[in-house]
Design a protein around this ligand. Structure first.
Ligand SMILES: Cc1cc2nc3c(=O)[nH]c(=O)nc-3n(C[C@H](O)[C@H](O)[C@H](O)COP(=O)(O)OP(=O)(O)OC[C@H]3O[C@@H](n4cnc5c(N)ncnc54)[C@H](O)[C@@H]3O)c2cc1C
Length: 622
């Protein structure tokens, strides 16, 4: 153990993850905490890390309040509709009312936003989306963070949160290692902002073998944002609300610009518009939700999945009409070049020219995240002016979890769907302001994190290296050992369990109570074996910890899926034993807490308040 040098860093605010939310949090921490010591620990390199690493073609959340295009209340109604009613309206409203100013800052910092030549307004792709030349989106926000932080630690993966030894419900920092040097890092902090992104590779992906690693959500997003708080007993919400995306086949190329801007549409193998044929069947399952406009994302998936099951697939995107217009053709290709180059490469390699051939679509494996058309994440306090007086939604500091001093933004925060890149950055800023206030109020005084606690974690962190070094002597060749399990072996086992028992692609997203209970048993056994995970080098050590985080997130997802006894989001997953949406019993949010001592989860319901059409609108009328 001595061979891994430990670096101690004492700071005021630690930001875990330097993606969209993390850069927003780092920037804003400096604004309010002029004299504070602000550190950001990032697993990759902040210049090109997170889901926006490759760039984006659109900012998907912009109100346009300056031109009276939309108001924050409209956005809450939109998100609520898309999530079949289930969002934290206080948090969604808070993000929406602040998001425009963040986008204006991006423009000031050099991000080229496209403008409508006639009106001078930002070029809309859809009601909420504005178009950008976004290849450099991430380096631009990273620069703001770099100028704001005392230090950015790249290549440092956070594996565990540290807890205050005088108050078991208060955070005291975080610890991890540098996967290039192998050095151990201890960040003792007064407040921690968790902004480590969502989770891919929980469920078995469509692309396996030679294609493994090609996913829709960033392959390096491994759910640390959830695993870190789950491990210390923070409450989580809506973890069953995994997302499935309809995307171009094999490259996961986005379809938003195609639908919204190019006005392309889908059809089945016979050339028919299939969505309407599933109307009655869907209405039977979800009632009037199918009549909502726009049709919720999950319900569009549902029609796609049913049509394919009925044997009338593949489903195609009709591009051959739009692509006859050279301008639209250019946009169609550029849309990928700015963020999913791989899709253009897949089409080239499969001889698909969308001008002459309609490309296939597919539904992805499920992902766990909190900022897209889904809202899994930590259960956090809302802002005082909106959530104050609602005890279930407000306990002090905006976006603080149920652990004192621990905040969540972006994918990490639950209940805030449709935040996207700009909304995640905004949430980071909101967290930072609250974290500074928390420290200034003296709430972090007297935290004690002893070297003893840090040393214990050090032993745990590097154990996979020891497992490998010792166990390797027992085999002469190959990768299968009686003493250790390799990260890739453990990952594939995890994905198989999640796929077969928790509603992945292998079962057409179908699960039920029996399957989920069996899944939980198998996940428990997997946890035992992961104690013996082996890592041959520092990169594999990272893989080992990524897997441990994924496994914990998977347990939480499975517990939540078992708890909610209805099919709330057909097209995301189905409870075969409760095939209908059940507003009478399940018009509520779900909460879990894992006891850090026993590892057992407890579940409860939390009320779903529709504040927009009640409290907020009334306030404005007054
Ligand atoms: C394919 C795709 C397309 C999208 N398209 C759009 C779009 O067109 N427009 C739009 O506005 N939004 C889009 N989004 C959504 C947007 O990217 C996300 O909403 C946003 O990036 C979420 O921000 P975040 O900070 O929570 O996560 P991220 O930006 O992913 O950042 C998480 C960061 O945490 C780091 N990290 C993870 N684990 C650890 C750890 N253990 N220790 C330290 N660091 C860690 C990661 O390396 C990463 O830098 C898209 C997302 C995807 C995946």
């Amino acid at each position: 153990m001595a061979k891994h040098k430990t670096h101690y860093e004492d700071c005021d605010i630690l930001i875990v993850g330097g993606g969209m939310a993390g850069t927003g949090a780092t920037f804003e921490s400096r604004y309010w905490g002029r004299d504070m010591k602000i550190i950001c620990a990032e697993k990759a390199n902040i210049d090109r890390s997170g889901a926006v690493a490759q760039g984006l073609y659109a900012i998907n959340c912009y109100m346009g309040m300056q031109w009276d295009e939309n108001q924050p209340e409209d956005h809450v109604r939109y998100a609520r509709n898309d999530l079949m009613g289930m969002v934290r309206e206080d948090l969604a409203y808070d993000m929406a009312r602040h998001v425009d100013s963040c986008v204006h800052m991006f423009e000031e910092w050099g991000l080229p936003l496209m403008r409508n030549e006639k009106t001078g307004q930002y070029q809309r792709e859809g009601k909420w989306q504005i178009m950008i030349h976004g290849e450099s989106y991430k380096p631009i926000v990273a620069e703001a963070a770099k100028k704001s932080a005392d230090k950015i630690y790249n290549r440092v993966m956070i594996t565990h949160l540290l807890m205050d030894e005088t108050n078991e419900n208060r955070v005291g920092g975080a610890t991890g290692f540098n996967m290039r040097t192998g050095d151990h890092y201890v960040f003792r902090a007064k407040a921690v902002i968790c902004a480590a992104g969502g989770a891919s590779h929980i469920f078995k992906p469509r692309s396996v073998g030679e294609g493994m690693g090609r996913t829709w959500y960033a392959p390096w997003s491994n759910g640390s944002a959830y695993a870190l708080p789950i491990a210390v007993g923070a409450k989580m919400t809506q973890m069953e609300n995994r997302i499935v995306l309809t995307r171009f086949k094999d490259g996961y190329g986005p379809v938003g610009a195609y639908f919204l801007h190019l006005k392309t549409y889908t059809q089945n193998a016979n050339g028919d518009n299939y969505e309407k044929t599933w109307y009655d069947q869907t209405k039977e399952m979800v009632g009037e939700y199918i009549d909502h406009i726009p049709t919720p994302t999950c319900l569009r998936n549902h029609a796609f999945i049913e049509e394919t099951k009925a044997g009338r697939g593949p489903i195609y995107m009709v591009t051959t009409e739009a692509f006859q217009d050279p301008h639209l053709e250019t946009i169609g290709w550029e849309n990928f070049l700015g963020m999913t180059v791989g899709q253009a490469v897949v089409w080239a390699s499969q001889d698909i020219d969308p001008k002459y051939q309609n490309p296939e679509l597919t539904t992805s494996e499920p992902y766990v995240m909190g900022s897209h058309a889904t809202c899994s994440g930590a259960w956090v306090s809302g802002p005082e002016d909106v959530s104050g007086g609602i005890p279930e939604y407000f306990w002090g500091y905006n976006r603080m979890m149920t652990i004192d001093g621990l905040f969540a933004a972006g994918d990490a925060a639950g209940g805030t769907a449709h935040a996207f890149s700009s909304g995640s950055f905004t949430e980071g800023r909101l967290c930072a302001k609250a974290a500074v206030q928390y420290i200034n109020d003296g709430k972090a005084d007297g935290i004690s994190v002893t070297e003893n606690q840090c040393e214990k974690f050090k032993e745990i962190i590097y154990k996979p290296l020891d497992n490998y070094t010792i166990g390797r002597n027992e085999i002469t060749a190959g990768t299968v050992s009686p003493s250790y399990i390799l990260p890739i072996q453990g990952l594939q086992r995890l994905q198989k369990i999640m796929d077969e028992y928790v509603g992945g692609i292998g079962t057409n997203y179908m699960t039920n109570g029996h399957g989920l209970k069996r899944g939980l048993e198998l996940l428990e056994i997997l946890q035992e074996d992961l104690e013996n995970i082996g890592a041959e080098d520092y990169h594999q050590l990272m893989r080992a910890w990524e897997l441990r985080h994924r496994a914990l997130v998977s347990q939480c997802v499975t517990e939540h899926t078992l708890f909610r006894e209805e099919t709330r989001w057909p097209g995301y997953y189905y409870r075969g034993d409760h095939m209908k949406l059940d507003d009478e019993n399940w018009h509520c949010l779900t909460l879990s807490r894992r006891d850090p001592k026993t590892g057992k989860f407890t579940m409860e319901k939390a009320p779903l308040y529709h504040l927009i059409d009640e409290k907020i609108d009334d306030k404005q009328k007054a």
